[in-house]
Write a protein that binds this ligand. Sequence first.
Ligand SMILES: Nc1c(O)cccc1[N+](=O)[O-]
Length: 250
Amino acid sequence: MRLDVVTIFPEYLDPLNVSLVGKARAHGRLDVHVHDLRAWTHDRHNTVDDTPYGGGPGMVMKTEPWGEALDTVLADGYEDGAHGPVLVVPTPSGRPFTQELAAELSTHPWLLFTPARYEGIDRRVTEEYARRLPVYEVSIGDYVLAGGEAAVLVITEAVARLLPGVLGNAESHRDDSFAPGAMANLLEGPVYTKPPRWRGHGIPEVLLSGHHGKIARWRRDEALRRTTAHRPDLIERCAPAAFDKKDREM
Ligand SMILES: Nc1c(O)cccc1[N+](=O)[O-]
């Protein structure tokens, strides 16, 4: 997979050099290109914004630098992305970013991110590239950020970990919160490791029993308990298997 990010803060994307994404890049599973939007400005102040038509607070990112930048990236081409990239626009007015959407994005060989600053990018930029590229306007949550770069980091990590070979243990996806299957829409339950006692805190006995069926049922019950407590909105969407009574007789 190739990822391109056009931003006025390239250094904000430095975390894409470490951990899971950094390793995927080092192993050639991810080809990341970060571009400074100001490289496509032609005035001595490297201007990327201007006042909004219709008035109002703040500034709007100008069409010209974005148009030149995106045309340059598209002209670069990518052998796996014969049809060009998918344009991913992080914005509070986008569709919610979910594990399902991460899985959908992970099927595309080339993603092009356009994180905005200020009050956003002139709408005509998205309209122009929507003429030839699939566009995903995506929100990582209902809160206000100073820009979309943090969202690029979130989306990239969620997508990258779904790419073949990126996670050491392919099974790791199976028990993820929100992973497809019986655990879909369930939050992960608590996890424990050695030592068996710590400051008077022990381990749930079932986890030491070696009875895999009972352990699996306990984990599902704990996931249901945590989901009910923290995300009741998800409960009605849980896979029926999560409530399968016959398992409880195991
Ligand atoms: N929430 C937000 C924002 O305030 C600015 C850019 C992107 C996002 N978002 O992806 O959720």
